[in-house]
Every structure is written in C-alpha cells, then in structure tokens.
Design a protein around this ligand. Structure first.
Ligand code: GCU
Length: 335
C-alpha cells in the first residue's frame, strides 16, 4: 500500500516537474524551483521559519532559486519525504532527526533521552561543528543536512493520567516516533511503545489505540492533541531537533555561489526560528490551559535513572561513541 502511495507521489511530482520546466522555458531560463516538504500546518512556527528560508534563498540568489513549500504532510510522512529526497523527487525536506535514525545510525543520538542537560547545551551543540559534521554523513545515501530548527523539549501527555514517575507509564501504550531509540526509551521506563507517524496520533489517541504520546507543547494546539489529552507532564526527556535536509544530487547541480546562498539562508532561518519558537511555546501553553490541559512537573531523576543503559550503549557504539563524548563535553562549557 505504502509503495503504491509512494509511486503515486513520484508520478505526481514528475508531472509537476514537467510543468515547472515549461514555466522555466517561458520565464527565466536559469531559474530553479526547489520543492520543500514538511508535515506541519501553515500556522506552525516551523512553517513560518521555512517561509523565511524561502524568502532568504530568493533574495540571496537574486531570484535564480525559488523555494516552493508543501506543508501538512501532503507529500507523505517524514519517512516517505526522506525517501523522495534521496531519489531527488523532492529537493528539500524538514524532518525530525528521529525520522533520520533509520537512514543513518548517527542520528539516533538525538533521540537519546537526557543527552542534553538543557536548552543552552542543546544550542551549543547544534551551533557547533559537531552538527555540521553530522549533516555530511549522509551524502552517499542521497542527502545532506543544511541546518536545524528548534523543535522544543519533548514531554509525556496522556488522556487523563499525570506521569509523575516512570511507574506511571506501566501498562500505558505511548506513541513514539518511528525510532528504535525512542522505542527502547519507553521500554526502559516501563511503558508500551507504539511507533507511528505523527499524522496518525490524534485519531489513535481519540480511538484509544494509544493512551498517550510525547512531544513539545505545540502538538497540543497546532495539532489539536490537547482536545483529547488533558494531562501534560514535564519529564523533559528529550530535545530532538528538526533537520533541514537537501537532495545531494540537486545540491551538486548548484554553483558555489548558490550553495553559499542556501547555506546562509538556512543558518539565518535557524536564528529566526529560535525567536519564533519561544513565542509559539508560550502561546501554546496558554491556549492549551484554556482548553483544559493540566501541566505538571515531575522529578526528572527517576526517568534519567531508568534510561542509563541507553547512555552506556551510546557511549560505546562505534557510530555514536565519539559524538556522544564530544556532546557531553559541551554540557558544562559556557560560551
Ligand atoms: C515534532 C517534530 C516533527 C515530528 C513530530 C513527531 O513535532 O517537529 O517533525 O514529526 O515531532 O513526533 O513525529
């Protein structure tokens, strides 16, 4: 079924590519339009930052590159758009680092619970050469990373049960991103992990297929999960960035100046997003409270203790060991 869906998308895109070729022929011969897919709505902060990215790309390339956005998961789930980016059917995609884990082990690091001590530590790492290095590790499998967007801190939310201790997860089916690390995290904490793509969560929770999920606060409002989930608990277990990826084939077709312009636009939109994000979180909390969501703050230590085996594993695994050490070393360094 998934394959058929993917084929339909590819065909639809090919038709689109042909019609955009004719646009090019009737307009500026050298202008290129990049297709950018993501799974959030047009009101979500990440969409606003991607609009900023598109604007900056166009400005910095004097209109020789335009970016067309495809929001709302209309070109498929995160896994599907990564595959389409690999084949070059999509040029750019914004996906969660968790979704990249099954394409390259190194991305599993970002789903490691309590990898980052806090937001400052996270920014320090994501704005360092460590992230730049990781972005290049996938060129051989068809895409590279351009930059990241803050996607907040992930916390548990359920229909009606406060999660104040890992024991509270016992017997609960908790939706996780399709990531082996996230699955392992829930198992270690005592819950029953249920991986599924983001677009399926609302219905799954409403129909009782799952008891809860974990995400940042915008999921309660922009994605309406707060209509069903009334308890949100600040376990602060992970900080998973969104990554802007680009088809390596398309990247290699660009001139050095165009590459430079896109890199700068990506970086500047990341900075823009940090401001948009903080405002969006404050608003999401306020709106969710008005809709009857209760926020609670558990002691994080028992959660951290439960997932220690994952830290032991990541510090030793060949693909992640060095990065893990470098990231942890940045925990206590202030700029
Ligand atoms: C975050 C992230 C999305 C992702 C979602 C998820 O909202 O920004 O890219 O799809 O989490 O839990 O799947």
């Amino acid at each position: 079924m998934k394959k058929i869906f993917l084929n339909i998308i590819v065909c639809a895109l090919l038709v689109g590519i042909l019609s955009s070729c004719s646009n090019t022929a009737s307009g500026d011969e050298n202008s290129v339009t990049l297709r950018l897919a993501h799974n959030q709505s047009e009101t979500h902060p990440v969409h606003k930052s991607l609009v900023e990215f598109a604007k900056l790309v166009e400005e910095k390339t004097d209109g020789s590159i335009k970016v067309q956005l495809y929001p709302n998961g209309q070109l498929g789930s995160e896994r599907e758009v990564i595959e389409l980016t690999q084949t070059g059917a999509i040029d750019v995609a914004k996906v969660s680092a968790s979704a990249l884990e099954s394409f390259n082990d190194v991305y599993s690091l970002f789903s490691l619970p309590y990898l980052f001590d806090n937001k400052d530590h996270y920014y320090r790492v994501m704005d360092s050469d460590i992230a730049q290095d990781i972005y290049q590790t996938t060129d051989k499998i068809g895409f590279i990373g351009l930059s990241y967007y803050d996607s907040g801190i992930r916390n548990f939310y359920t229909k009606d049960k406060q999660i104040m201790h890992p024991d509270d997860l016992k017997g609960l089916k908790i939706r996780v991103q399709p990531s082996a690390t996230a699955i392992e995290m829930i198992k270690l904490m005592g819950g029953a992990p249920t991986p599924m793509s983001f677009g399926e969560v609302y219905t799954a929770m409403q129909s009782g297929v799952i008891d809860g999920s974990e995400n940042n606060e915008t999921a309660l409002t922009d994605n309406n999960h707060g209509e069903v989930a009334k308890q949100y608990s600040y376990s602060e277990h992970s900080i998973v960035p969104d990554i802007l990826i680009m088809s390596n084939e398309k990247w290699q077709e660009l001139t050095e100046e165009q590459k430079q312009a896109i890199s700068e636009a990506a970086k500047e939109s990341t900075a823009f997003h940090k401001i948009v994000w903080d405002e969006a979180i404050q608003k999401a909390i306020k709106d969710a409270k008005e809709k009857g969501v209760t926020f609670s703050t558990p002691d994080k230590e028992p959660f951290k203790k439960a997932v220690q085996p994952l830290h032991d594993k990541f510090s030793e695994m060949e693909s992640t060991g060095n990065y893990y050490k470098e990231i942890r070393e940045l925990a206590n360094q202030n700029e």
